[in-house]
Design a protein around this ligand. Structure first.
Ligand SMILES: Nc1nc2c(ncn2[C@@H]2O[C@H](COP(=O)(O)OP(=O)(O)OP(=O)(O)O)[C@@H](O)[C@H]2O)c(=O)[nH]1
Length: 298
């Protein structure tokens, strides 16, 4: 029996959450095409071939511009220090950027932890592009303990990744029971599901300005509990966009989120969504704390 913690890190939008979900065959982390989707570290647990792999999906590491960004980057960097092996994920279809190099510098700070590179999105790459990418990696990022080329979206190359991680797992006990695939509490799964649907339906600054909170759960005699959920935005103009014309956007978000949540809970629910304005909440420490986003000095 071998087990180990594996940090999944990289700059925003390279596919860390997609990879974590595909590895554990469950949706533990929400996914969108907007950079900065994941805000906390989320464990996805895979039991395979007698081994327990505990993947820690982290927020994309970037130079923070506000307190929420600071929380996100510090969560990811903290995770680097607590694991058996680091998985550095790159988007192979894009040139290696200063953003990737910034992540690499943070990894270097974790000194002796082994690091495996994942070149993701190979479905978008030709053989020639892959050849060129290998040379570019060596030049710009240096050497790794292992390199795996894969497509998270199409689940191509995942067994190779498990084989590459195998030597870094440690003999001993399992950390989690065999039927557990995430450490996310149910309230977080619910708020993240709502946030994901909102991310899919909004753009520009709005996805980053959204926070979601369950304010009440009312048990009902018919067994169909009512979830009262607040959606926070930063400006009143954003409130209108999230609600949409005649409430269309909010209604669609409600229908799609409820469908997913009912599947997860295995029962029918009612859901009320309210949109509220909390000016510049991403810069406000007390509000961030209330939402469970902790900052370094906490
Ligand atoms: N073509 C292709 N797209 C992918 C692949 N993996 C992920 N994506 C897409 O890339 C986008 C970002 O994916 P995420 O998994 O949210 O990326 P992330 O690195 O977790 O992003 P952050 O939370 O911003 O740090 C989504 O639109 C995914 O569908 C892949 O292998 N191929």
């Amino acid at each position: 029996m071998k087990a180990g913690f594996i940090a999944v890190v990289g700059r925003p939008n390279v596919g860390k959450s997609t990879l974590t979900n595909k590895l554990v065959s469950e949706k533990v982390a929400i996914v969108s095409d907007k950079a900065g989707t994941t805000r906390d570290s989320i464990k996805g647990i895979l039991n395979h071939g007698g081994n327990q792999y505990i993947f820690i999906d982290t927020p994309g590491i970037h130079k923070p511009k506000h307190l929420l960004g600071e929380h996100m980057t510090s969560v990811a960097i903290q995770t680097l220090k607590e694991v058996e092996v680091i998985l550095f994920v790159l988007d192979g279809s894009q040139e290696i950027s200063t953003g990737d190099q910034f992540v690499m510098e943070r990894i270097e700070e974790a000194r002796n932890t082994p690091r495996v590179l994942v070149i993701n999105k190979i479905d978008k790459m030709s053989d020639e592009a892959m050849e060129a990418k290998r040379a570019e990696i060596e030049e710009k990022l240096g050497k790794f303990d292992g390199v795996v080329e894969l497509s998270a979206e199409y689940a191509l190359g995942l067994p190779k990744l498990l084989t590459a991680l195998d030597p870094y797992l440690e003999e001993g006990m399992m950390y989690y029971p065999e039927d557990m695939y995430t450490d996310m509490p149910m309230y977080k799964i619910i708020t993240e599901t709502v946030r994901e649907k909102l991310l899919h339906k909004t753009r520009d600054e709005i996805p980053h300005s959204i926070a979601v909170e369950i304010v009440d759960v009312v048990r009902r005699p018919n067994g169909k509990d009512r979830y009262d959920i607040n959606i926070y935005v930063e400006r009143s103009s954003q409130k209108g966009i999230v609600i949409g014309q005649n409430g269309k956007v909010l209604k669609e978000v409600g229908i799609e989120a409820r469908r997913d949540i009912e599947e997860i809970l295995g029962k029918k629910i009612y859901m009320n969504l309210w949109v509220k304005v909390k000016e510049k909440w991403r810069k406000k420490k007390p509000f961030l704390k209330e939402m469970g986003y902790h900052l370094d000095e906490d």
